[in-house]
Design a protein around this ligand. Sequence first.
Ligand code: 3HC
Length: 284
Amino acid sequence: MGIQKVGVVGCGQMGAGIVEITAKAGYPVVVREISEELVEKGVGRVRKSLDRAVSRGKLSEEDRDAVMGRITPTTSLADLADCDLVIEAVIEDKELKMQLFSELDGICKPEAIFCTNTSSLVVTELAMATRRQERFACLHFFNPVPVMKLVEVVRTILTSDETFETIFEFAKAVGKTPVAAVDSSGFIVNRLLIPYLLDAIACYEQGLATREDIDTGMKLGCGHPMGPLELCDFIGLDTMYHVAEIMFDEFREPRFAPPGLLKRMVLAGRLGRKTGRGFYEYGG
Ligand code: 3HC
């Protein structure tokens, strides 16, 4: 089945990025947020990102307007009824996601494919909230979505070959490089990235070096675009903590256990860029 129309649920940092690249690739997109205020804010994020591309000479004003014209904002899930693919990008809350998928299952046509953008929850468990488990999978995008080339295309033991192939092709159609992964917590990237980031926090906590020297070490010594502590701030320390907890719960290995400092920073509200302070301080 070809994808003609896409629905995106949630228009935060990830959702807005997914809406942007999908509309840019020519698909009509219906994006749903829970209030008028959040819809406006979410579509505003897309607009801002496109404006930035215009100001850098990477997109014409006409193309920006055409992309914006393909986006239909809504607060009602019912408006996703005729979508061929629905991508969920709400917060990492299992109950919320299951409730949402269960509702969507009654609204969307039976042949529509559902994908979650979860980074760590068990995809099979989310699929069980629907009656379309063979048409349920995960498209895991990376932040910032318009920039990061990768998408992990994750199948469960219930996902059909046809569904997998359709969303693998969709990932290419929106300009990404897909890699195939199975439903194991963290998939490929977070399975390797999270222990590394947690280790960097533990090194800092133990006084191995200053935050700047840890970050400079990995940037200049390994060619990473961001140092690990900067990257933690970028991802959000609450997200980091949450993902680590879920992975620790799945694997029961110390390398996935969040260090004490991470927990305390989250408790203190130092969540990184989003709150203006994490390992570093951010103005504005
Ligand atoms: N939206 C759109 N475009 C953006 C952007 C955004 N939020 N942020 C940066 N860009 C674009 C810029 O327009 C610029 O494009 P150009 O060079 O073609 O003009 C390009 O990206 C580089 O941006 P800047 O020059 O402003 O800044 P940097 O060179 O410092 O790059 C970065 C910023 C792309 C964020 C880079 O630092 C980077 O790649 N960092 C690592 C990000 C990363 O690892 N992400 C994965 C996080 S893990 C994850 O998402 C999984 C989750 O499950 C936890």
